[in-house]
Design a protein around this ligand. Structure first.
Ligand code: MG
Length: 388
């Protein structure tokens, strides 16, 4: 297999899973962006045929002598060609993961997908590639992995809708009129999952859930009205499927990404593991709360993007990535992350996607518009500290 983004949150947990299962898995390729030392340590342990750093040119020191080094975005595709893995675990962050997903699906391999942005920016294009080549996509994203497991062996006609659960993030109970004073440090504190900064901010705005609505639409071929979001603060029920006969199936577990990672890597087998199971007595009070659109305006935006189609998803992702960075830099207030993205989408006519080039053009345009919008924003005043 190839593990792309192997020094990030999902990637390093995937390496833990691989290490736990000894010779069951063989790492052919490990890739990271700029974390050279961590990549060298992973290579030392897992002895891949090749490694790649997409964000710098120099080979990390301490690479095993038999491991070939590749650099840059082009080097990643060359390394995939050279090592020809059966399974590609794509745990790259953001639209940068698209090219590797495209390669994997075009060449008919199995894509264990943690890079949800691939489907957000180019869902229609990638699903068509997969249909043509016979490639399989296994969702690593915990909600989609849950839905995938609940749908096993079911006919598409049997599904009434799916329920994607979301913890609601750190601001589920915060008064709406104080949202303008939310600091990056507050937004980076997620109640149940430990993840990278982009997805953690995306959990606070629920833009991450918006992406997951789009991801579910493409993965499972469901229309917008069959995808429901519900707040579930404990993050034990990872998602649910409602069937036409009134049955509901849910997949449960403690929030641990190694569970969906192991599911995808072992598929179709279930491999034994020492993970702590979900204890129903300890978690006897599971809550489900209605989703509040005013608190999380990013989620309604996903349904607008579904209706608009074409390249709207690529613009959504690009604008959110830039606006999130602007918030983390203290250039825009928290509510402006989603507001900026919404304004950009509303002011633009979506265009057709027929190639990867079209996706990259839409991405560049979304980024440029968001840079303009966030540069023009006045600096954020220092928020007063809440005595509570
Ligand atoms: Mg998720």
């Amino acid at each position: 297999m190839a593990i792309l983004g192997c020094t990030g949150s999902v990637g390093s947990q995937a390496l833990d899973v691989v290490a736990e299962h000894g010779t069951r898995f063989q790492c052919a390729l490990l890739a990271a962006h700029r974390s050279a030392d961590a990549l060298a340590r992973a290579a030392e342990q897992h002895r891949p045929a090749a490694v790649c750093l997409t964000g710098c040119d120099a080979a990390p020191s301490g690479l095993p002598s038999a491991t070939r080094f590749h650099a840059g975005a082009g080097g990643l595709i060359a390394a995939l060609e050279e090592t020809a893995p059966d399974v590609v675990l794509n745990a790259i962050t953001g639209a940068a993961g698209l090219a590797a997903s495209e390669w994997t699906l075009r060449t008919g391999r199995t894509l264990a997908l943690a890079n949800k942005e691939s489907l957000v920016v180019a869902g229609e294009y990638l699903m068509a590639l997969a249909a043509k080549s016979g490639a399989r996509i296994l969702p690593v994203d915990s909600e989609h992995c849950a839905v995938f497991q609940c749908l096993d062996g079911e006919s598409p006609r049997a599904i009434r809708r799916i329920w994607l659960t979301g913890s609601g993030g750190p601001f589920r109970n915060r008064s709406l009129d104080t949202f303008a004073s939310i600091t990056p440090a507050e937004a980076l504190r997620h109640p149940t999952w430990t993840m990278g900064p982009r997805i953690t901010i995306g959990s606070a705005t629920m833009m991450n859930k918006a992406f997951e609505v789009l991801e579910a639409h493409w993965l499972f071929g469901l229309p917008a009205e069959a995808i429901q979001v519900v707040i579930h603060p404990q993050s034990i029920v990872h998602s649910m499927v409602e069937f036409v006969d009134g049955s509901m199936l849910a997949q449960c577990g403690v929030p641990d990404m190694r569970v969906p990672i192991l599911f995808c890597l072992g598929y179709p087998e279930r491999l034994p593991s020492a993970f702590q199971p979900f204890d129903p007595v300890r978690w006897r009070n599971l809550e489900f709360l209605p989703f509040e659109p005013a608190r999380y305006p990013a989620v309604p935006l996903a349904y607008d993007v579904l209706r608009a189609g074409r390249d709207a998803g690529a613009v959504l992702n690009a604008a959110d990535e830039v606006a999130t960075a602007a918030f983390l830099d203290g250039r825009i207030p928290f509510p402006a992350i989603t507001a900026t993205t919404a304004t950009i989408l509303a002011g633009r006519q979506p265009r057709r996607i027929t190639s990867l080039r079209d996706v990259l053009d839409a991405d560049a345009e979304g980024r440029r518009l968001a840079e303009l919008a966030t540069a023009a924003a006045s600096p954020v005043p220092t928020p007063r500290t809440d005595p509570s």
